[in-house]
Design a protein around this ligand. Structure first.
Ligand SMILES: NC(=O)c1ccc[n+]([C@@H]2O[C@H](COP(=O)([O-])OP(=O)(O)OC[C@H]3O[C@@H](n4cnc5c(N)ncnc54)[C@H](O)[C@@H]3O)[C@@H](O)[C@H]2O)c1
Length: 320
């Protein structure tokens, strides 16, 4: 296929946070996109002649009713931790049955399938005193039947399905995303979504910042545009991809540092409200992205400070 030819991509979960940014990028690159989304945690994106929206649960998708595809991004899943225990079957279904269906579709079209797995596959990842980086081979430490296990188990199974398809000759790859953030996250969840929109929601509405535990747990955060660039390059890569790769920033911050950074950018004196952490929540998480770097030559170039400034300043402009 010629590098610049117009292609057709399927994006499941294409109305969600990452999905909408990805769809916009694919369209601005001149491609056609078919979005499958049931809008469980999102609202439909702006309509465009290059985008066909199929408003459906991925399990109900008739794969024989689709035009020929050049690539599939499988993103459909609940992704906000507070929802994992509330809707376990809705977490498990798209990652297990949905992933299996997508492998069949990739085989049918002889095209690449990129599945968004998660850093949650590493589970608790051990004591924070041994803070290090996680390579793809890092052993996982899972607390079974925890608040987070419906999601982490579903993503582990999703990866196994990708691996089985890969070994059967399908061009399939699982990408373990580590906290991606940016505009348009969790628009329907009102502070019950992911950490950055929750903090943003609290700070902009004069509420205390909700901290789970004492806030000393550390994470890395990847600016959305950096993540989208990587997802585009992964799809374009001409040789065989490894079956699984980490994708994330390697810059670590604690949750309390994150809250203080956001408050400082918004010029708000922060107040904190502490609650229990979800069971199965890891003390630390930091990817080693050398495999991705060496494969597609990608590295994120937006620091957390710059990314937060971009995010919060854009939102301030919208609100004034
Ligand atoms: N954003 C992150 O930091 C992050 C980190 C790790 C993994 N991921 C993974 O990346 C993918 C996208 O995440 P996101 O941040 O855009 O989440 P999101 O919640 O914003 O988007 C997910 C989309 O999937 C849709 N969806 C859910 N179940 C569906 C189903 N059964 N059928 C059809 N559509 C369904 C939702 O309505 C939503 O539009 C998810 O698979 C998530 O697990 C994201």
């Amino acid at each position: 296929m010629h590098e610049n030819s117009v292609k057709t991509f399927l994006v499941t979960g294409g109305s969600g946070f990452i999905g909408q940014h990805l769809v916009n990028k694919l369209v601005s690159n001149g491609h056609h996109v078919i979005v499958v989304d049931n809008h469980l945690t999102s609202v439909p994106g702006a309509s465009s002649s290059s985008v066909r929206l199929i408003e459906k649960n991925i399990s109900d998708l008739d794969i024989d009713d689709l035009p020929p595809l050049d690539g599939i991004y499988h993103l459909a899943s609940i992704a906000a931790p507070r929802l994992f225990r509330e809707h376990p079957m809705m977490v498990i279904h798209p990652n297990v049955h949905g992933t299996e269906l997508m492998t069949k579709l990739a085989e049918l079209n002889d095209c690449r399938l990129v599945y968004t797995s998660s850093s949650e596959t590493y589970g608790s990842a051990g004591d924070s005193t041994f803070l290090q980086s996680m390579k793809e081979t890092h052993p996982a430490l899972h607390i079974l039947l925890s608040d987070k296990s419906p999601y982490s188990s579903a993503k582990v199974l999703g990866e196994e399905i990708i691996r089985a398809a890969f070994e059967g000759g399908v061009d399939a790859c699982a990408i373990r995303l580590f906290n991606v953030y940016g505009s348009n996250m969790d628009p329907t969840l009102q502070g019950r979504g992911r950490v950055i929109p929750n903090f943003q929601n609290a700070l902009m509405n004069g509420h205390s910042i909700p901290i789970e535990g004492d806030g000393s747990q550390s994470r890395t955060f990847t600016w959305i545009e950096d993540a989208i660039d990587a997802l585009i390059e992964i799809m374009k890569f001409e040789n065989q991809l490894p079956v699984v790769m980490n994708l994330g920033s390697e810059e670590t911050v604690t949750i309390l540092e994150l809250a203080n950074m956001m408050a400082k950018i918004l010029d708000v004196k922060p107040e904190f409200e502490y609650s229990n952490r979800l069971s199965g929540d890891p003390d630390w998480r930091r990817p080693d992205c050398s495999l991705l770097r060496n494969t597609i030559g990608w590295a994120p170039n937006t620091s957390i400070e710059i990314g937060l400034q971009k995010l919060l300043q854009v939102n301030e402009e919208i609100n004034t």
